[in-house]
Design a protein around this ligand. Structure first.
Ligand SMILES: NC(=O)c1ccc[n+]([C@@H]2O[C@H](COP(=O)([O-])OP(=O)(O)OC[C@H]3O[C@@H](n4cnc5c(N)ncnc54)[C@H](O)[C@@H]3O)[C@@H](O)[C@H]2O)c1
Length: 296
């Protein structure tokens, strides 16, 4: 028995990365899944691979008619909707604040990362309210929790998704509808290369392997985050086991946010101890002194 048996889920950004892993995992857990994306070939291929419990629909989440259309597609096909997973995204505008151009890329970043989530919630809410059951998940980011993990507009839009999640959870709670966000840390996906389409055919696996090595050093848990780490959290939040979890932004980051301060302090302390040592001053207890003593 799967934890999502009989449930219907619609996942945006399902042609790659976190969305792709989530679509696959949700099907393995027993759900019927509608995959939505703008990378049609990859989405259709994945849906065919996942079999009769999966279907693909083209949907640009920045466009109101596409978002309305994908919700209608799911409801017409399955007669209900249990989980909308607003996951589509890209890195977007990344300029320094004084160089930021508020032109097309700025608007596209706001439209995909924020308006897309608003629209998904807008068109899923009437269906879920009427059913008096269901949930909405959105992929925010550690970048929405604290600064320094993405461009300014990306960071601001992910923070907006987190507070929108809380606001809509308050509105929809009385109707039995739950609303949550997931905040991934560094996850090995093509988003770091401008999306899978930006890579030459055949380049993706090698590029991801290199990224995996880099991300493995980014947080206290000494490995890179993988799309399946986020898919597991999404499946839990979409399941009945999460029946009393709503209005939350759940961080899945290998202790990146919990531990980065102490790691920064540790490396500063080591640097400082090394500088004192060069001047002949001992600093017992500091990491560099411990290294000199041969401690672990
Ligand atoms: N990978 C990470 O480290 C990380 C960390 C925090 C948050 N996130 C978030 O996770 C989500 C998924 O990203 P990913 O890492 O899997 O990247 P990815 O590039 O592998 O997948 C993103 C998917 O979104 C789709 N997409 C982009 N614009 C779209 C649009 N307008 N309409 C519909 N689909 C669109 C892309 O085609 C792609 O399939 C994003 O919201 C991203 O911001 C990722």
């Amino acid at each position: 028995m799967g934890r999502l048996d009989g449930k219907v889920a619609l996942i945006t950004g399902a042609s790659s990365g976190i969305g792709r892993a989530s679509a696959r995992h949700f099907v393995e857990e027993g759900a019927q899944v509608v995959l939505a994306d703008i990378q049609d070939d990859a989405g259709q291929k994945l849906a065919a691979e996942l079999g009769e419990r999966a279907a693909y629909v083209h949907s640009d989440v920045a466009g109101e008619s596409d978002v309305r259309g994908m919700i209608e597609f799911a409801v017409e096909r399955h007669g209900r909707l249990d989980c909308l997973f607003n996951n589509a995204g890209f890195g977007g505008e990344g300029a320094a604040i004084h160089e930021l151009d508020t032109g097309e890329l700025f608007h596209q970043t706001v439209d995909v990362l924020f308006k897309g989530v608003v629209l998904g919630m807008k068109y899923a809410a009437p269906v879920l309210r009427e059913q008096r059951a269901g949930c909405i998940l959105s992929t925010a980011s550690v970048a929405g929790v604290t600064a320094g993990y993405g461009g300014h507009v990306y960071t601001a839009m992910k923070a907006a998704v987190i507070n929108l999640t809380r606001a809509v959870a308050v509105e929809l709670g009385p109707f039995g509808v739950r609303v949550n966000a997931i905040c991934p840390g560094g996850i090995t996906t093509p988003i770091f290369f401008g999306g899978g389409e930006a890579l030459e055919p055949g380049q993706e696996e090698g590029a991801l392997q290199q990224l995996r090595t880099l991300l493995g050093r980014a947080q206290p848990i000494p490995r890179a985050g993988e799309p399946l780490d986020i898919a597991h959290m999404a499946a839990f939040l979409a399941s009945d086991e999460a029946a009393f979890v709503s209005g939350q932004a759940i961080v899945v980051d290998g202790a990146l946010l919990a531990g980065s301060g102490s790691r920064a302090m540790a490396s500063l302390a080591a640097e400082g101890a090394a500088e004192f040592a060069a001047e002949g001053v001992d600093t017992p207890g500091a990491p560099a002194s411990a290294a000199r003593r041969g401690d672990d």
